[in-house]
Design a protein around this ligand. Structure first.
Ligand code: NAD
Length: 367
């Protein structure tokens, strides 16, 4: 249903990239009544065939999927290094594109995607869409309603010891364009941008603490990108944030995200997920209070951003997980690395609008 409670005209969806994350996308895209998952494709044909059989959709070659008349929007679930090339090909074929994060690994490539979309009058959207989840929308409303007064600052910590112990193919995580900042930073940055608006300037320090990482079978992975990045950010509303992303930390007790206001604090859950517990504590509260989630979508609904994008296209209104915001996130991450490399603050050239509150729900298919 749209904002006027009218059914939304269905949109044909294709998926390129049938790896790990494609399963949950297929499941969720099929959940929304106004999305019609038509086909999937992968360089590895067997992966596409298996995913297609699992979800009762067509397996096509990438070229055939891009040439399909029954598909208007393509979801790009390839590896980060391939995002830019695949997204540009999708736009060239005249389809809207929704990309997994990051939009691209360089500013230049990310900018080319937005430029091509503008020229062809097509839309770009991208992950993460967890900020559309019930927990994040509830916090956004609390902040907008002044529940902790004027936002002053935030802290955000993504601290772990990297994926090489569990991921089947972890090498790319330690190469330029990945690392903890490009891999997990988009969740944290998007959450903060949703609260505070664009980032104006950043400063950071970074290191690669270990020259090699080891898989469980003792295979060495060379490390060619910073693996501990300690950043400071100033937002459009004046709030300051500390963002530390690390693959060099074994244990921590730090919260994922806390937000500090002139009249209290909010403890937020993990921005990798749509739900989670929220706590608030005002100036004179003796204890933290649990806050009930007031918005829908609290389970792993990766693809909610695609549903909102299709709605926006049909209604000719902005979609929330926008190309401008995913570009800004790439710009901020690049700026953090540049600041560390050059030992100086970096001012951001890009900005994006704060996405509107998700104050509508989508009709779901009956099971
Ligand atoms: N796996 C997760 O838990 C997870 C969670 C959130 C986001 N993501 C993001 O989703 C994206 C995909 O991650 P994944 O874990 O599914 O990776 P994956 O390696 O399991 O799958 C990627 C797939 O893309 C295919 N591919 C690569 N280049 C291609 C090209 N040019 N054309 C067509 N197909 C191509 C590969 O053959 C592979 O099947 C990444 O950007 C990742 O950051 C992953």
């Amino acid at each position: 249903m749209d904002a006027n409670n009218q059914p939304i005209e269905r949109m044909g969806i294709g998926i390129v990239g049938c790896g790990n994350i494609s399963e949950i996308y297929c499941k969720n895209v099929k959940t929304f009544e106004h999305l019609n998952l038509v086909a999937c494709a992968d360089l590895d044909e067997a992966r596409a065939t298996a995913r297609a059989a699992q979800f009762d959709i067509a397996a096509r070659s990438v070229a055939a999927l891009l040439a399909s008349d029954d598909i208007e929007l393509v979801v790009n679930l390839t590896i980060p290094d391939a995002h830019a090339k695949v997204s540009r090909a999708i736009l060239k074929a005249g389809k809207h594109v929704y990309s997994e994060k990051p939009l691209a690994t360089t500013r230049k490539d990310a900018a080319k995607i937005l430029k091509r979309a503008k020229k062809k009058n097509l839309r770009v959207g991208g992950a993460p869409d967890t900020f559309l989840g019930g927990a994040w929308q509830t916090i956004r409303k609390l902040l907008d309603d002044g529940a902790i007064g004027t936002p002053v600052a935030a802290t955000a910590f993504m601290l772990g010891h990297g994926p090489e112990k569990w991921h089947p193919n972890p090498d790319f995580f330690y190469q330029p364009g990945a690392g903890p900042l490009f891999d997990m930073g988009p969740y944290y940055l998007t959450a903060l941008i949703n609260f505070f608006g664009s980032v104006k300037r950043v400063a950071s320090l970074a290191r690669a603490s270990f020259p090699e990482r080891y898989t469980p079978d003792k295979r060495a992975i060379p490390v060619n990108t910073p693996t501990h990045i300690a950043g400071s950010l100033e937002f459009a509303n004046g709030a300051l944030a500390t963002l530390v992303t690390s693959f060099d930390v074994w244990h921590t007790q730090l919260p994922r995200i806390e937000i500090y206001g002139s009249e209290g604090s909010i403890l937020a859950p993990d921005p990798n997920w749509f739900g989670g517990e929220i706590f608030i504590r005002s100036e004179n509260d003796a204890e933290w209070r649990s806050v009930p989630i007031e918005f829908p979508y609290t389970t792993n609904l990766r693809g909610l951003g695609v549903a909102d994008m299709a709605r926006g296209i049909r209604a000719n209104t902005p979609h929330r997980a926008s190309g401008e915001m995913t570009y800004h996130v790439v710009d901020v991450m690049r700026a953090l690395l540049k600041s560390a490399e050059e030992g100086k603050q970096v001012r951001l050239k890009s900005e994006c609008a704060r996405p509107a509150l998700l104050n509508e729900t989508f009709a779901l298919n009956q099971p």
